[in-house]
Design a protein around this ligand. Structure first.
Ligand SMILES: [Zn+2]
Length: 132
């Protein structure tokens, strides 16, 4: 999988906040996040780095879906979802977002790497999901 020498590494300092693979490879910036869905356990980002996409596509309605894999260790991290645009846009490229599996990624929060997603979020606990 990939060439590790080409990987980009975000700096772990107090001004940065980003997601990492379990192998500590940088995957995406917190600021590129569209939504963190604590029900479906996905983090949706507009941009990812250090990943490879599966060659095969799955089509669900009009969306084209591919698996996202870490370019270093190869683990599957989530899905790339491409949707045709419905409103005029300067280019005709589909709208692309990246769904990261909440349980597969780590998070640098400016202070430490959290395996935060192996724990249930306060919001989910509020919904009583830790009692299921
Ligand atoms: Zn990895």
């Amino acid at each position: 999988m990939g060439s590790p020498s080409n990987l980009i590494e975000y700096a772990q300092d107090k001004n940065s906040h980003f997601y990492l693979c379990q192998c500590k490879t940088s995957i995406g910036l917190y600021e590129d996040g569209v939504i963190t869905d604590t029900i479906h356990l996905v983090i949706v980002l507009e941009n990812v780095i250090n990943v490879k996409f599966s060659d095969s596509h799955l089509r669900i309605t009009e969306c084209e879906i591919q698996n996202i894999h870490c370019a270093k260790c190869g683990v599957r991290l989530g899905y790339k979802v491409a949707t045709p645009r419905k409103i005029p846009h300067p280019n005709d490229d589909p709208l692309v977002v990246f769904w990261l599996d909440w349980t597969k990624v780590l998070e640098w929060n400016g202070n430490e790497i959290l395996g935060a997603h192996s724990e249930m979020s306060p919001r989910m606990k509020r919904f009583g999901m830790d009692k299921l």
